[in-house]
Every structure is written in structure tokens, then in C-alpha cells.
Design a protein. Sequence first.
Length: 119
Amino acid sequence: MEIITGVERRRRWSVEEKLRLVAECDAPGNSVTRVSRQHDISRALLWTWRRQLRRGELGGGTDRGFLAVTLPTLPSGPTLLGGRADTGLEIVLPDGLHLRVTTRTDLDLVARVLTLLRR
């Protein structure tokens, strides 16, 4: 017969610890099972923390999934459309004039021609 004396206490996890453990689960080659075994935590608890993070209930979860993006600067001069030379589009103006624009057409030139034709 086993007699238990004293009160077994639950571990308390700070938000930072929870976030770190959830991040460990998401690391390449890791899994919830592996992290739960390494830290002696219930898998269900890790899944709960992951769900809370997705819902923004764990703190710090509202911006999860967004990354800073730097866009390249656009050239200031004439721009050519990339791709095959035989692809493009044809613009038919109300007076019946056809303007063919291919992937090799200078876009600044097209803009100037359309501006002149609007007059």
C-alpha cells in the first residue's frame, strides 16, 4: 500500500516559456510529441497552447505569421514587359484604331501614345 503525504503542486509556465515551447514544436524536424517528451509536458497541454496562440489568447499571437518584406525599387526609366516577344495585347480605341502592345513594348511609349490619342 502506498501512502501519499503532502500536496503535489502543478508546474506554472510563464507566457515566455509557453511561447518558447510552442516555437520548439514548430521548428523543422521537431514535433509536439518530441517536445513533450523532452520537457516532460503533456502533448494536450502543448496543443492547447498552440491553439491559444493562434487565437491570440496566449499573448504575442496576433502578429504571428507576418514577416517584414523589402520590395525592390522600381526602375525610373522606360520599362519593358518581360516574357516572350509574341505575347501581349491589342488595344482597340473607339475610333477603330488598333494599338498592339507586346512584351517588348516600351511602356512609357505606350503611355505617351495613349495620351496623344486622347486629345
